[in-house]
Design a binder for this molecule. Structure first.
Ligand code: C5P
Ligand code: ZN
Length: 453
């Protein structure tokens, strides 16, 4: 496991160092918090050892982005937090390619110009044990042991992919422990409430989403009245007893909504602060990266990872707008409800970058646990699909990544991901067929295992 990863990381480093320092390394990564953190780690490590880099952050489906890369003249391309699902395309590229991924892989053995490190091929579970950023960190450390200071980015990436749910495991656990032992991370048990005022922190809380409070000024005013709080009080100003009252109220709100225990356990939990990365808490950092990536400011997210304070401050401002657009849709859905199929629920969303985020919020904080949720975004002649399940459904056989891949392949689209979170893009005319086929497969996945128990 860890030995395999170390061996493969060393091999990746040998490949990188076989190129002269004058090489401009092409870095391609996913545009979410994990992907941006992974790119940040790789770019910083490359730069430190003397290479220039050119990074792009891409979103699903990667076909158009990869087509552009195919037309470039690259000697060395590193793909992080993506690539294993696109290996057939990558094999056709000119130059040497390295893939560092934790998504479901298509094949173990790749052609000679492609070197693949996939968490699932190193004895790790790519859903929980390792992510794009922690794998990138493993390579960075092999490149130079002083890159251990990039550990906060690795933890931010794993946090962004929600791999802490159920407790740190596998390689991620090693990475977190390494950060703590070396004073690069500080651990404190706390809730996530960030904002200039407590009012703001509650208003913009989307994950956890507190129904009746998040995005709901009247609801917050009622709560403040009940607790005897002033409108512009700051979270830091609350005394211990007031904090306890507030926490109880919020947790009770989640319990009333039927929130699952594994999710509840993540609300007040050990959090990791990085003195060397703006003193930021790692979930907060991951949230900002997500807001940058999915809110149309990908470069800003990467600059934050490279340590630029101005970018960090700018991201804090931009995040509000991003969260408001999420809240607008979630609030609407809460009122209007979801479409129901035998094997899943679904809804239509406006923005394909936000579909997955909204799906995740609704699955964890609004709906019951019995069915996964799909978001559909119609754009031009395509439908972009995001889907999310929960650990309960996965333990009963749900494999969304598998379902998306099979159905998308059959309909000439692109699909894949993880068992708990996945996505697909298909032609607009295939939407009904897509829904029918997914229903068939997911119903079978869930029933087969329920029956078998
Ligand atoms: O886009 P979204 O965040 O919903 O994607 C969820 C997961 O599914 C991601 O890990 C993503 O890489 C994967 N996915 C995929 N193929 C697609 C769309 C999404 O593998 N066409
Ligand atoms: Zn990832």
């Amino acid at each position: 496991m860890a030995d395999d990863l170390l061996k493969l990381s060393k091999k990746a480093v040998d490949i990188i160092l076989s190129f002269p320092r004058s090489t401009r390394v092409r870095v391609i990564s996913h545009y979410d918090a994990d992907g941006i953190s992974a790119a940040g780690i790789i770019c910083k490590a490359l730069y430190r050892v003397g290479y220039d880099f050119h990074a792009s952050l891409m979103r699903n489906p990667f076909d158009k982005g990869l087509k552009r890369v195919m037309e470039e003249e690259n000697e060395l391309i590193i793909f992080s937090d993506m690539g294993s699902g696109q290996v057939d395309t990558i094999e056709k590229m000119k130059g040497q390619c390295i893939i560092v991924d934790h998504h479901q892989f298509i094949k173990k053995n790749t052609s000679r110009n492609v070197f693949q490190i996939n968490a699932n091929l190193c004895g790790f579970n790519g859903n929980y044990d390792a992510c794009g950023a922690t794998l990138a960190y493993s390579i960075a450390k092999c490149l130079d042991s002083s890159n251990i200071d990039l550990v906060p980015l690795a933890v931010a990436g794993a946090t962004g992919d929600k791999q802490y749910i159920g407790g740190w495991r596998g390689y991620n656990k090693t990475v977190v422990e390494e950060g703590l032992k070396n004073g690069l991370l500080e651990e404190r048990v706390d809730i996530k409430l960030y904002g200039e005022t407590l009012f703001d922190a509650l208003y913009y809380a989307v994950d956890p989403y507190y129904s009746g409070v998040s995005g709901n000024s009247e609801g917050i005013n009622r709560l403040f009245k009940k607790l005897g709080l002033k409108k512009n009080v700051r979270f830091e100003e609350l005394d211990e007893s007031m904090r306890k009252k507030l926490y109880s109220f919020l947790i009770l709100r989640l319990i009333k909504k039927g929130c699952e225990k594994d999710i509840l356990d993540t609300v007040i939990r050990s959090r990791y602060y990085a003195p060397g990365l703006f003193n930021c808490e790692m979930e907060r950092f991951a949230d900002l990266l997500d807001a940058c990536g999915k809110g149309g400011h990908r470069g800003l997210g990467l600059s934050m990872c490279l340590g630029d304070k101005r970018s960090f401050d700018e991201a804090v401002v931009l995040e509000k707008k991003y969260k408001q657009s999420i809240l607008d849709e979630v609030l609407k859905l809460e009122k209007k409800g979801f479409e129901e199929r035998e094997g899943f629920r679904y809804f239509y969303s406006r923005d394909s970058s936000l579909g997955g985020v909204i799906c995740g919020i609704a699955v964890n904080f609004i709906l019951d646990r019995e069915k996964p949720l799909l978001s559909l975004v119609r754009k031009d002649d395509e439908v972009h699909v995001s889907c999310r399940g929960n650990q309960y459904l996965v333990s009963r056989g749900l494999d969304l990544g598998g379902a998306m891949k099979i159905v998308a392949d059959r309909l000439g689209g692109f699909g894949g991901g993880h068992s708990i979170a996945a996505g697909a893009t298909i032609g607009l005319d295939k939407e009904k067929m897509f829904l029918d086929l997914v229903d068939e497969i997911v119903s079978k996945q869930l029933k087969k295992n329920i029956g078998g128990k």
